[in-house]
Design a protein around this ligand. Structure first.
Ligand code: GAR
Length: 200
């Protein structure tokens, strides 16, 4: 039985699309059962639907300041769809300790830097400004601290002379699209998921 995976997005959804594409392979150990966006206008929602994956907007703005109420709505959908593992893919919203604890060991993220370097936003611009020669991306387990948690996989990208933000971002993104499906498959195959079912 394939592990049922949900992808949480906020925008473009190119990593989500890479996961959907990889999961079409009969040998891939997971299936993308659901896509959720915290923004109703996320381009990735349509992309998912066109790929035949159920995609639901749960706009965080409808919940105002109440972060946990939004997360409870997301959590209810995950449980309804019998999701066993959640991949954050450009999900630009901090998750509360409640949600992270609940999905602990079942929550992966991709970040566009070689963590622990360059947590947070604008990683490509900061890497260029610092004159780094190497950059990349990281897939890691999510813990309550932002962009921390055990590292599952990294891909390295050389910063080239004359690079600008767009060119560097594009080369890192190409690596993200390769790294995330591979890391997800490995995580499932290693049976690293906690025993039993996700929280009910
Ligand atoms: C990706 O580069 C992802 O690594 C990054 O947002 C982009 C989303 O693009 N995530 C973060 O910065 C999280 N801290 P996508 O919507 O096309 O996958």
């Amino acid at each position: 039985m394939k592990t049922r995976v949900a992808v949480l997005i906020s925008g473009r959804g190119s990593n989500m699309a890479a996961l959907i594409e990889a999961a079409r392979d009969p040998e891939f150990p997971g299936e993308i059962a659901l896509v959720i966006s915290n923004r109703a206008d996320a381009a990735g929602l349509d992309l998912a639907r066109r790929a035949g994956v159920e995609a639901i907007g749960v706009p965080s703005r409808d919940f105002g300041q109440n972060r946990e109420a939004h997360e409870r709505a997301v959590d209810a959908l995950l449980l309804q769809h019998r999701v066993e593992l959640v991949c954050l893919a450009g999900y630009m919203r901090l998750l509360s300790p409640w949600f992270v604890d609940r999905w602990g060991g079942r929550l992966l993220n991709i970040h566009p830097s070689l963590l622990p370097a360059y947590k947070g936003l604008d990683t490509h611009a900061r890497v260029l400004a610092a004159g780094e020669r190497e950059h990349g991306c990281t897939v890691h387990l999510v813990t309550t601290a932002m962009d921390e948690g055990p590292i599952l996989a990294q891909a390295r990208v050389t910063v080239l002379p004359g690079d600008n933000e767009a060119a560097l971002a594009a080369r890192v993104l190409a690596q993200e699209h390769r790294l995330y499906p591979a890391a997800l498959a490995q995580y499932i195959r290693d049976k690293a998921l906690p025993d039993g079912q996700p929280p009910r």
